[in-house]
Design a protein around this ligand. Structure first.
Ligand code: NAD
Ligand code: MN
Length: 497
């Protein structure tokens, strides 16, 4: 048996011990009232583990510990070079446990094991490593003052950070927050999605082994409306960082206003336009990318290229190319290393995506491919990647974030119309532009209101560049040195000389 076989991963899954407890002050603990909730695998609908159902008591306990360790200073006041060394060890341990973490991710949320191994684990490791390496290289500033005074501009850790993350890239989204938050010296409480708590829980043990002091990193599994809400309303949390839907992001800002005005930084939803002009350098390549942009990770991607804007003169030709490209993306057993489309995270999301496919049909969009449930594994939640053409930007399938492989093709006549349609959305996360005309590419890149713009490619990015949204796709940025802004307060100190 080798790692390229389905049976290898099925065996690994059978022999896996799954930790379902919360992690508070350096130890795995049950919820105080011993309550749990079931973790169901979307691969086959079978239960995987019982997970500690955290709520108010656990949140209060975790915040108290996080505050105490922050004040004590073991971590917060440690030299950056010391935190760096421990964070680098943490990254190494994530890498060393990559197979186990990847398997947990696949079992828990249904993504293909190949993606978990090749995308999620390296992404998580790089995030922690990059932030760690940066922390002893960031200098503070001195203000250009008059001779008789000294103005120091310094950055301090904010204190206690709550990180509430979604289920589509559970480990990566957590590590985008943990890297800069912990490296900067904060104490962190991580609340994974109730749909995907397993890798976050495992991460806690690795953090402890790496040498992160007890109380600095806590994990509270549970539901958003329970433990999530308690954290968001908590008066002793300084900063709340969030990745998830726009609706919940708005709610968190209200909770902050109702409680202690904690800083709220959100990475929220998207409905990103992928804009293909007739003069694209290579239409087949653009079509492959357009298919990948909606099929990768079952379409459960905040930057999914869910609105495909195609210049009218090449519409039929291009749709045919995308249709061919989408044949390559087929639902299969996520544990099979050859699978490129896995299971939808759970039954609720499965029904939601199918309901949008029905809406597309009702509103008279034209179904080009897909549109049905699939059943590669009995009991699991699967859907064929789906494409609709003849879509109007006001239809539900073009307006709402579906978070599934449902592609809406909208045609346009000229640059002005392309810009109008692209920006006619409350979201502003990402956009793709395909053209050979340099001037048109720049004109479009400036005109599109989005945090990431990709020219003649889809989904470019790295830890070296910030990631986040305009408009209702959120505020603040993950990744790059800009991410540290969220985890530090800026202080001006004036000294009379
Ligand atoms: P969600 O908003 O339903 O949940 C996200 C997290 O918030 C979960 O941990 C959930 O338990 C918690 N939560 C829910 N209600 C809460 C409440 N009342 N108080 C506190 N916490 C609460 O999102 P999801 O379905 O898990 O993830 C999908 C969404 O995430 C999509 O909208 C997607 O676009 C977005 N996303 C954005 C990015 C980005 O970087 N912009 C990346 C990945 C996913
Ligand atoms: Mn799950």
């Amino acid at each position: 048996m080798s790692k390229t076989d389905l049976t290898y991963w099925q065996q690994q899954a059978k022999s896996l011990t799954i930790e379902g407890r919360a992690f508070i002050n350096g130890d795995y603990v049950d919820a105080q009232n011993k309550e749990t909730f079931a973790c169901i695998s979307p691969i086959d609908g079978k239960p995987l583990a019982e997970i500690a159902l955290c709520a108010e008591a656990e949140a209060n306990q975790a915040v108290t510990c996080a505050r105490a360790t922050f004040e004590h200073g073991d971590w917060s006041k440690a030299a950056p070079v010391k935190r760096k060394a421990i964070m680098l060890k943490f990254a190494d341990l994530i890498e060393q446990h990559g197979d186990e973490l990847a398997l947990l991710e696949t079992l828990d949320m249904g993504k293909p094991i190949s993606d978990a191994l090749n995308v999620d684990i390296p992404g998580a490791v790089r995030s922690i490593r990059w932030s760690a390496e940066a922390i002893d290289k960031i200098y503070d500033e001195v203000a250009p003052t008059s001779e008789n005074e000294l103005g120091l501009i310094t950055r301090e850790a904010v204190g206690v950070v709550a990180a509430i993350v979604p289920w589509n890239f559970p480990l990566v989204m957590a590590c985008w927050k943990l890297g800069p938050a912990l490296s900067a010296g904060n104490s962190v409480i991580l609340k994974p999605s109730e749909k995907s708590p397993l890798t976050a829980i495992k991460l806690a043990a690795l953090a402890k082994s790496a040498g992160i002091p007890d109380g600095v990193f806590n994990v509270l599994p549970g539901f958003g409306h329970q433990v999530g809400k308690v954290l968001a309303l908590h008066k002793d949390i300084d900063t709340l960082v969030f990745t998830g839907s726009t609706g919940i992001a708005k709610q968190l800002m209200i909770y902050a206003g109702e409680s202690n005005m904690k800083r709220v930084w959100t990475e929220a939803g998207g409905k990103s336009p992928n804009i293909v002009f007739a003069d694209a350098p290579n239409l087949a390549e653009a079509a492959n990318a357009a298919a990948g942009a909606i099929c990768f990770n079952q379409g459960e991607v905040c930057t999914a290229g869910s609105r495909l804007l195609v210049e009218a003169s090449i519409k039929d030709e291009f749709i045919a190319l995308v249709k061919t490209a989408m044949q390559h993306w087929r639902p299969g057993n996520p544990l099979d290393p050859n699978t490129n489309v896995g299971a939808i995270v759970d039954q609720i999301q499965h029904e939601r995506v199918l309901s949008y496919i029905e809406k597309g049909k009702e509103q008279k969009a034209s179904l080009c491919c897909g549109g049905n449930k699939a059943q590669p594994v009995a009991g699991g939640f699967y859907i064929e990647p789906t494409m609709f053409s003849e879509v109007d930007n006001n239809m539900a399938i073009a307006a709402d974030e579906i978070f599934g492989s449902v592609l809406s093709v909208i045609s346009f006549e000229n640059i002005a119309e392309a810009i109008n349609i692209a920006n006619d959305t409350p979201y502003g996360l990402a956009a793709g532009i395909w053209t050979s005309d340099l001037s048109k590419a720049h004109q479009m890149a400036k005109a599109v209101r989005a945090g990431s713009v990709w020219v003649n490619q889809w989904d470019g990015g790295d830890m070296t560049a910030p990631f986040g949204g305009f408009k209702q796709s959120g505020n603040g940025r993950d990744k790059s040195l800009h991410a540290f802004d969220k985890y530090t307060e800026l202080k001006a100190t004036w000294i009379k000389l």
